[in-house]
Ligand binder design. Structure first.
Ligand code: ATP
Length: 138
């Protein structure tokens, strides 16, 4: 069985969509292992987004991720990593398929950082790394 790290980003929490997003994770059949409202430090986010270090959007991205609370969730189930990526939909909410979190609830606001409501780990390696980073006690 797999565990994946899901983050409801500040745009999702601000818009009052945390419950709706957690509801979709549960409705899909995954188990909640941890759910915590957090205000991540710059250092944690720099680690979280280490693979994007040097890209032009990483500084604004970290700033955006510190613009309000984030709901950090660990969800568990067979193929939960791929399963949540599928629930989330494509990175660009304008073209994310209807039926997905980003496709149903997201849009492009014309800002420098794409506000797409959620993050989900993209591989077993990143899930292990990200869960250790956000929930060292797990
Ligand atoms: P996440 O990692 O948040 O699940 P993702 O895997 O779909 O999203 P990544 O390519 O890992 O997307 O990028 C991380 C985040 O950075 C995106 O979710 C988005 O908020 C932002 N982002 C990515 N590419 C761009 C871009 N070209 N311009 C602005 N923001 C971007």
């Amino acid at each position: 069985t797999q565990r994946t790290l899901v983050l409801v980003k500040p745009d999702g929490v601000r818009r009052g969509l945390s419950g709706e997003i957690v509801r979709r994770i549960e409705a899909k059949g995954y188990t909640l292992v941890a759910v915590e409202l957090r205000e991540p430090s710059e250092a944690l986010l720099a680690e979280h987004y280490a693979e994007h270090a040097g890209k032009p959007f990483v500084t604004p991205l970290i700033e955006f991720m510190r613009s309000g609370p984030v709901l950090a969730v660990v969800a568990e189930g067979h193929r939960a990593i791929e399963g949540f990526r599928s629930l989330a939909g494509a990175t660009d909410p304008t073209v994310a398929a209807p039926g997905t979190i980003r496709g149903d609830l997201g849009r492009d606001w014309g800002l420098k950082v794409i506000q797409n409501l959620v993050h989900g780990s993209d591989s077993e390696e990143s899930a292990a790394r990200e869960i250790a980073l956000w929930f060292p006690a797990l």
